[in-house]
Design a protein around this ligand. Structure first.
Ligand code: NDP
Length: 306
């Protein structure tokens, strides 16, 4: 019953989304990009943010700045949350009148652990709202680009009802009903992303100690971080529990990781990251995997370090 083109509402209905109203709560770089994209596409956009000034340019372009979270919830059935984490959601929303949540679909695109997402789904249900968990797989610059993607999980009917509006942001990939699933897939993605990117920062620190700039590293960094052939090679082997050391041996990897650590130490830069990597390799050696592939470290990492 909202919007400037005809539509039906309700979590099981079909919504004509051309200009379906949307509320966006949270205007960090990501939430701001989302609100901006909805404005670009002609949606009626209501925003709310703890720091109201982050809405200034959006308001100048036609967004409505809600005076409080209850007004923000009232403005649209579809409420997109883009906050640092779920603690921020609870900080903002726990004190709101539970009646304000009735019938809302909270699309939570904030980072969370799977357990936090499951708890949030129950929390929303207690208030008569539906919670969809989302994990956005693009930086803010990718919002509005259908080549970007977001994992979703939670009630399929609510997802289907709002799918077209969600697809204004990115392609929408619903992975299942478990509200924790999208959070899990997002954190798996982030595990690779942050670890690889921190390796890149380490590389630049070491390169810089030798007078090299990031631009000098770029030509081979692109190839180094393209792990496609390694992933394709190891995937069936790891799934089969096969860590045969026919292509690489952990003993070789450990010697290499030592050389990385020593190069960092000799350069006078921070050594905590290469030392942590070497620590994992050495645990694999101590567990008897010297002649196995470095993929045997998966078995080591399945257990907490002693
Ligand atoms: P930010 O951390 O910059 O967003 C912060 C938002 O959360 C702001 O609106 C901030 O309000 C609000 N907030 C934080 N703590 C509180 C609190 N205690 N009470 C009320 N509001 C609070 O994140 P981004 O915008 O960059 O990202 C949003 C989400 O999207 C995050 O969960 C992030 O992991 C995820 N994401 C981000 C990507 C990116 O490249 N930026 C990429 C993919 C996912 P205020 O303005 O008042 O500080």
């Amino acid at each position: 019953m909202n919007g400037t083109t005809g539509m039906t509402t309700g979590t099981t209905g079909t919504i004509s989304t051309t200009t379906a109203p949307v509320t966006v709560i949270g205007l960090g770089p990501m939430g701001h990009a989302m609100a901006s994209t909805y404005l670009d596409r002609g949606h009626r956009v209501t925003v709310y943010n703890r720091t109201a000034s982050r809405a200034d340019d959006l308001v100048a372009r036609g967004a409505h700045l809600a005076a409080g979270v209850e007004e923000a919830l009232a403005a649209a059935e579809l409420v997109v949350l883009s906050l640092t984490g779920y603690e921020a959601m609870h900080a903002l929303l726990d004190g709101a009148d539970p009646a304000a949540f009735t019938g809302r679909v909270l699309v939570n695109l904030s980072s969370a652990t799977p357990d936090e997402a499951r708890a949030a789904a129950a929390w929303a249900a207690e208030r008569g709202a539906t919670h969809l968990t989302g994990g956005v797989l693009t930086p803010p610059s990718g919002i509005g680009d259908p080549a970007s993607a977001t994992f979703y999980s939670g009630p399929r009917a609510a997802f289907d009802a709002h799918r077209a509006t969600l697809e204004v942001l990115t392609a929408a990939d619903h992975r299942g009903e478990d509200p924790g699933l999208a959070a899990l897939l997002y954190q798996l993605n982030m595990t690779m992303f942050w670890t690889a990117l921190t390796g890149y920062w380490q590389t630049l620190a070491m390169a810089g100690a030798h007078g090299l700039k990031a631009a000098d590293v770029l030509p081979f960094a692109v190839d180094a971080l393209d792990l496609t052939r390694f992933l394709e090679f190891y995937t069936p082997r790891v799934d089969a529990g096969d860590h045969t050391g026919d292509v690489d041996r952990l003993a070789m990897g450990t010697a290499s990781a030592e050389h990385v650590l020593h190069t960092a130490r000799d350069a006078g830069v921070d050594t905590s990251l290469p030392a942590a990597v070497l620590g994992v390799f050495r645990r694999g050696m101590a567990a008897g995997h010297a002649a196995d592939s470095a993929s045997s470290l998966v078995e080591i990492l399945k257990r907490p370090a002693a």
